[in-house]
Ligand binder design. Structure first.
Ligand code: F6P
Length: 366
């Protein structure tokens, strides 16, 4: 069914930023205007900007020159708009939350929304659709943990950044005959550590899905030294933990009240040095992994996602998320995509490939 009276749509970006957000914004704004004559409103700082009515019209000129630029021109946040709205007396009552949003959208003549984000942002989008708000989702995140899509945009760029860092760290580790521990993001899943670790030739890759035994890690580092390999690269996901240990958190909370992960790299580095007697250094890549220009893959994926999101709106397929399936862009249910996190399964073929080229995951001797 074609919605003939669609005049204006809004777009917001939520959660942690990543390369490719601007490419989606550009594709949505250009497709909507050029193909359908629909005006696009940029909503600043995610759902918080929505309840605060912080809007800007996005013309073709506004989205020109941003395809290759990291971050998001709309800004982002992880703030719970309703919790904060109640605290500041902006929203009347919890029962009325979505009614309030429906009324403000009507007042601004916004017919539908595009929510670009990770699991948190998309879960809110699924709730919005349940409450009758016409909305579609676009999956973003360097963690690649969204179900129902083969890949999120932003992930390929982060893999590339981490791989380049591993290349750089290899040369200094080699020169000094050191063990180099590299902590990478990814929250509770190991996609980034796994793919970047394999692409960057990591000797040991530790991911949350495979709790490791530190004795096995020590042994591999010592063995490499014994056979004349005078360095070892250990890639550790921030959410990884030893079979005996616990997930490590930085001690801080993010805006949504989630505990921020971090610290495993430092801890593991100390343990390796102590357990092997081999000089060990630790690099935490942190926010370097989320910034800068998107790779060609992410520009293409983000552009196709943005284009497809407008297509869903025009066809009134609300409550859906655009997804990559094989080499096609498809629509999947937002609810289904957000019921759980996509983690690395034990039978992922890349694990076997990595083992064949000598990488260990710390759970068994290679
Ligand atoms: O979800 C993306 C991500 O970059 C995670 O990999 C990381 O744990 C988290 O965000 C960091 O969040 P913040 O921006 O709140 O520090």
């Amino acid at each position: 069914m074609i919605r003939r009276n669609l005049k204006r749509i809004g777009i917001l970006t939520g959660g942690g930023d990543c390369p490719g957000l601007n490419a989606v914004i550009r594709a949505v704004a250009k497709t909507a205007q050029n193909d359908h004559g629909i005006e696009v409103i940029g909503i600043l700082d995610s759902y918080w900007g929505l309840v605060c009515e912080n809007f800007n019209v996005l013309t073709n000129a506004d989205v020109s020159g941003i395809l290759n630029v990291g971050g998001t021109i709309l800004g982002t946040s992880r703030m719970d708009p309703f919790k904060e709205g109640h605290k500041r007396g902006l929203l009347p009552s919890a029962e009325e939350d979505w009614g309030y949003v429906r009324r403000l959208l009507k007042r601004h003549h916004i017919d539908a929304l595009v929510a670009v984000g990770g699991d948190g942002t998309l879960r809110v989008a699924a709730r919005a659709w349940e409450a009758g708000i016409p909305i579609v989702g676009v999956p973003k995140t360097i963690d690649n943990d969204i179900h129902e899509t083969d890949q999120t945009f932003g992930f390929n760029s982060a893999v590339s950044i981490v791989m380049n860092a591993l290349d750089i760290l290899h040369t200094t580790a080699m020169s000094h005959h050191r063990a180099m521990v590299v902590e990478v993001m990814g929250r509770t899943v190991g996609w980034l550590a796994l793919q970047a670790g394999v692409a960057g030739g990591g000797d040991v890759i530790l991911i949350p899905e495979i709790p490791y035994n530190e004795e096995i890690v020590f042994e591999r580092v010592c063995e490499r030294s014994r056979i004349g390999k005078r360095f070892s690269i250990i890639v550790v996901a921030e959410g990884a933990r030893s079979a005996k240990g616990k997930t490590q958190y930085s001690g801080e909370m993010d805006q949504s009240g989630r505990k921020i992960l971090g610290g495993i790299g430092r801890d593991l580095g100390d343990r390796i040095q102590e357990g092997t007697g081999i000089s060990t250094r630790v690099t935490t890549l942190g926010y370097l992994q989320r910034g800068g220009p998107p790779t060609a893959f992410d520009r293409l994926l983000a552009t196709q996602f943005g284009h497809a999101a407008v297509g869903l709106i025009v066809e009134e397929q609300f409550g859906q998320m655009v997804a990559l399936r094989g080499n096609r862009i498809k629509a999947v249910s937002l609810e289904k995509a957000t019921t759980r996190i996509k983690s690395v399964q034990k039978d992922n073929p890349l694990l076997a490939v990595a083992r064949s080229v000598g990488t260990i995951f710390g759970n068994e001797k290679g």
